[in-house]
Every structure is written in C-alpha cells, then in structure tokens.
Design a binder for this molecule. Sequence first.
Ligand code: MN
Length: 344
Amino acid sequence: MSFVRIATEEAFATAELFDCYRHIIEKKSVDDPGFYSLWGHYLTHSGSRAIDIRRKLLDLGEERLRDMDSCGIARQIISLTAPGVQILDAATGASIATQANDQLAEAVARHPDRFTGLAAMAPQDPGRAASEIERAVSSLGFRGVILNSHTHGEYFDNQKFWEIFEAVEQLDVPIYLHPNTPSARLIGPMLDRGLDGAIYGFGVETGLHLLRIIVSGVFDRFPELRIIVGHLGEALPFWLFRLDFMHAAMVKAGRHAGVKPLKKRPSDYLRENVWITTSGMAWEPAIMFVRSVIGADHVMYAMDYPYQFVPAEVKVTDDLPISAAEKKAFYQSNAESVFALGMG
Ligand code: MN
C-alpha cells in the first residue's frame, strides 16, 4: 500500500464532561433544545448504539486502536465530542477543556504513531480560550483546535471571538469547525420531525456558521486562517455558484447592513481558506463533485468515529476513481499538510 489512512474528525469524551452533561440534563439549566435532544438520548438510552458510543467515546486505548485496525486507519485526529465544553458556563468550560486536553495529550503520548490531538477550548472566555490553545499547541503538541459551532447561540463572525482567530493564525494551526445541534433560535421547525441532528440540522447549523464567518470578512482580516469542515463541506460546495452571484448582487444593491464588500468571492475563501473532509459522507458522486469544485488538494478523509463506525465504508473511498497519487493526497498528504504532521 502506497499510502496510510488518516481519519481527521474522530471524537472522544471525558467522564468529567459526561458528568457535566448529566447535570445539565437533570437541572434543565441551559436554554438549548438541541443539547437535550442529542445528549438526552446518548447519555440515557439503553440501546446498543448509545451504549457502544458512550463506551467508545471514553476509550483512548485498546478498543479504539482495535477499531482503527479493523478498517485500516493508521492515525486518528482526535477532538472532544460536540458540543464539547461550549454548553457549559465559562469557568467550568475552561476547566473541563484543560482537563480534556491533558487527558488527550496523555493518550497521544502513549500512542504517538496512532493519535494526534486537537485542542478543546471554551470560547465563552475568549482570552482564556486563546491561552489554552497556545498551551495545547506549544506544550502538548496539538495540531489544531476544535470548535463545535455555536456557543450559547453565538457565532464566530462576532468580533468578541476574534482573538481566538488571532491565536490560531499566530500558531499556524487550523480550526476544525465541527457541527453542533442548531442553536435555540434555529432549531424550532427541525425538532418535531427529528431533523435537528446529523440527518440535517448539523449541516444547516455548521454551514450557516461558516457562511457567517465568510461574509463577515473574517478571512480578509485573517488571510492565513485555515478552517476545516466535515460532511463534505456541510452542503456549501453545492451552493458555490449561487453564493457568489447573490452575494455580489446584495453588495451592489446595498440591501443588508450586514453584507459588506469582500476582497474575494465567497467561493474563493471556500477554496483557499477551507479544507473539507468526508466524515459521514461515504458517497462517491458527492465526493467527486466536491473534489471537482473545491480542489483535490483541499478534500481529505474522515470517518466520524465512533458515531459513524462502519468499516465497510472505507471501501467506498478506497474505490474512488482517482489515481494512486490523488488517493495518497486524499487519505494522507492533505491531512499531513493542513495539520503539519511531519510524517512520511
Ligand atoms: Mn463528528
């Protein structure tokens, strides 16, 4: 085999984080219907899927390595599962993030050839989040940051969060913009039809978040910023033409105070500043389309372990109609480059 498979959106949890989630569920202390829908299920359900996911999230050892071996995954890029600490209050969030980063760093130290860490942080306190990112990258050797979409309904186009962009641009590491359930303002019509989660709501929430970041001018202010999104770009690649056309039309018409001229077209930022992974989207026509409109050097593999642990799906990406060199880029080199992994 002329490449190794690197899976780039793989999740873990800590027992302390689960305790915090259980406490919120018990007290109903946060206004976030999506959180109760998602974690009310996974933390309490007695079906085998929920039980397996709870156990696999907490494992950073033998079971995870066995599962990786069973489908030929050489390395996981591991991050704290959504919504991470972003559902917590600022002080608890920061403390649980630090503890989670330390636990993940210990696992990476035990298996440096199999695991790479992304830093958890609590955007509720942007200054402290920036410091934790600095510590996680400089001291723990983490290669990026996980951002689980909205934080109590707020998005990163809000300039109060921009010192976090400053920190990652300075440290030259990417942010993985991972789904969260839609914010309280967004989720209403999804809930009663069960469309709030991975089936659709995650993509709506996360694609919207990335679009807010783009149209707010974040990439003009931070031109070196790299953002990674999963699920084949949360549907945005399909919208490139219309995004460019309508954004230009709205700027020209001066119709919205929140729509300002940008240095480039929305699609340019999606091609230049954004990397896209295939998490949960083992579907050849969609992968080939995204490669064709975004560029093969910005599309890479992810499994979404343990939520989408389906070993047979690896065959779908193994069988993509692309050259051996392109397959190596897809599975290995693009990830090595964007996370600066420094391996063969
Ligand atoms: Mn995921």
